[in-house]
Design a protein around this ligand. Structure first.
Ligand SMILES: Cc1cc2nc3c(=O)[nH]c(=O)nc-3n(C[C@H](O)[C@H](O)[C@H](O)COP(=O)(O)OP(=O)(O)OC[C@H]3O[C@@H](n4cnc5c(N)ncnc54)[C@H](O)[C@@H]3O)c2cc1C
Length: 394
């Protein structure tokens, strides 16, 4: 098997890395951790600036059909994610670019694609995901927020929660019950709405440390044009499942860990414990080497996912398996890094904090990808049921 990149791919990869390396020099010092863009104003602004830059270069529409402004291949998309992950650069809206766009390209009407894809490709409009509710998380099909059709509008009422970046987003995509009398899974519609519509109230939810990456969103008689849907009315469940596959493929996260591995190795080389370099401690070496092995496996998974997406052959099980692997690898990275750093691993803002506090932040945040996008228990259920044909658990 030949995994070598073509000359053209190598050239694209170099360009992605060169641009991201330059952008890294402008990254605010406060940009630490996955969720900084949603938590800190200057990080959000940096995200918007990077998005504009990538939009100008056509990199937010990689692998899209040319009629919607697309260019490049799925492999270019992976190489771009690799460069951004390595240099820690935002600018790609996970909700608009990574989730809604591929979903719309598969399931939306031509009119919706023409209206919503170009601003996403230019990096001008940021999105959020409005799915979870206080009583509907893993079992999203039990949701209760409604969108009742009246003339050529839906009137939305209810509450969503845990919506990442909803306090920053311009637009949101959500699922709402459009036929309360229909049976489960055939009673909800996938709706696009402007977050500035009257009746939408967004309240940030702070973590225990005060940072607020997500929000709860209340809908009080919110009028949305009935044309703003993806897929068929009352068939939003199939759109949710389609989008979830794109949501869970995780290429950027995997590539970001390569940089973290370099930082861990550098720390081990430069730091002495009990008069001996950490890099000579057999237990430390063992754990770091194990991370390196798992990271290579993760990279192979990311390439495979890209290839499957390219051929339109990605099954829900593939996305679930990738999500479990990279999210739990992220957790192991956080544990190994903070274990190796000892008490220093617990500080974020001190000059003694390794990796400018990134390890402490990662330790605090590493549960994020394990729970969000459907918990890993649910992903294992999907693999068992869809992938392996085991009986479905009621
Ligand atoms: C950081 C973060 C960001 C998020 N961002 C968004 C967002 O942008 N938009 C959005 O809509 N939502 C978002 N969420 C919400 C997320 O999708 C839900 O938290 C997730 O789906 C789980 O739902 P829940 O919290 O209600 O937990 P529950 O569904 O109540 O689950 C509780 C526990 O029970 C387990 N469990 C439940 N059912 C089963 C089962 N059948 N088999 C085995 N175990 C089961 C779960 O795995 C979990 O451990 C985010 C969550 C987090 C943590």
């Amino acid at each position: 098997m030949d995994f070598e990149l073509t000359e053209e791919q190598k050239a694209h990869r170099k360009e992605f890395f060169d641009v991201c390396k330059e952008l890294e020099k402008k990254r605010p010092a406060s940009f630490v951790g996955l969720e900084a863009v949603f938590e800190i104003d200057e990080c959000w602004q940096f995200h918007l600036d990077c998005a504009k830059e990538f939009g100008k270069r056509g990199w937010l529409a990689l692998a899209w059909p040319p009629e919607y402004g697309g260019s490049g291949t799925m492999m270019d998309k992976v190489l771009f994610a690799e460069a951004r992950g390595y240099h820690g650069i935002p600018g790609v809206d996970i909700f608009g670019v990574q989730m809604l766009a591929p979903t719309a390209l598969t399931a939306a009407s031509e009119a919706i694609r023409k209206e919503f894809l170009p601003p996403i490709a230019r990096g001008e409009v940021m999105w959020c995901e409005l799915w979870s509710e206080p009583n509907a998380g893993s079992d999203l099909a039990t949701l209760s927020a409604t969108a009742i059709k009246k003339g050529d509008e839906y009137i939305i009422n209810g509450q969503k929660t845990w919506n990442t970046g909803a306090h920053r987003a311009d637009w949101g995509f959500g699922v709402f019950k459009t036929d309360p009398n229909a049976r489960k899974h055939h009673n909800m519609t996938f709706i696009l709405l402007d977050m500035k519509t009257p009746g939408v109230t967004v309240r940030p939810i702070p973590y225990i440390d005060g940072d607020a990456p997500f929000a709860e969103v209340y809908f009080d008689d919110v009028h949305v044009p009935a044309k703003n849907i993806v897929g068929q009315e009352n068939e939003g469940w199939s759109v949710v499942n389609l989008l979830a596959g794109f949501e869970r493929s995780g290429m950027g996260e995997i590539m970001g860990m390569f940089r973290e591995l370099e930082e861990i190795v550098q720390y081990c080389n430069e730091t002495k414990r009990n008069g001996k370099p950490l890099s000579k401690d057999p237990l430390v070496r063992n754990r770091v080497a194990q991370l390196a092995c798992e990271l290579e496996a993760a990279r192979a998974i990311a390439y495979r996912i890209a290839d499957l997406q390219n051929r339109n052959e990605m099954a829900l099980m593939d996305a679930s398996a990738a999500k479990i692997f990279y999210s739990e690898l992220g957790e192991r990275f956080a544990f190994v890094a903070t274990d190796i750093a000892g008490p220093f691993g617990q500080v974020k803002t001190s000059r003694w904090a390794p990796a400018h506090g990134a390890w402490e932040k990662k330790f605090q945040e590493c549960f994020v990808t394990i729970i969000s996008m459907g918990t890993n228990e649910i992903q294992r259920n999907i693999i068992a049921w869809y992938g392996l044909g085991l009986p479905r658990m009621k």
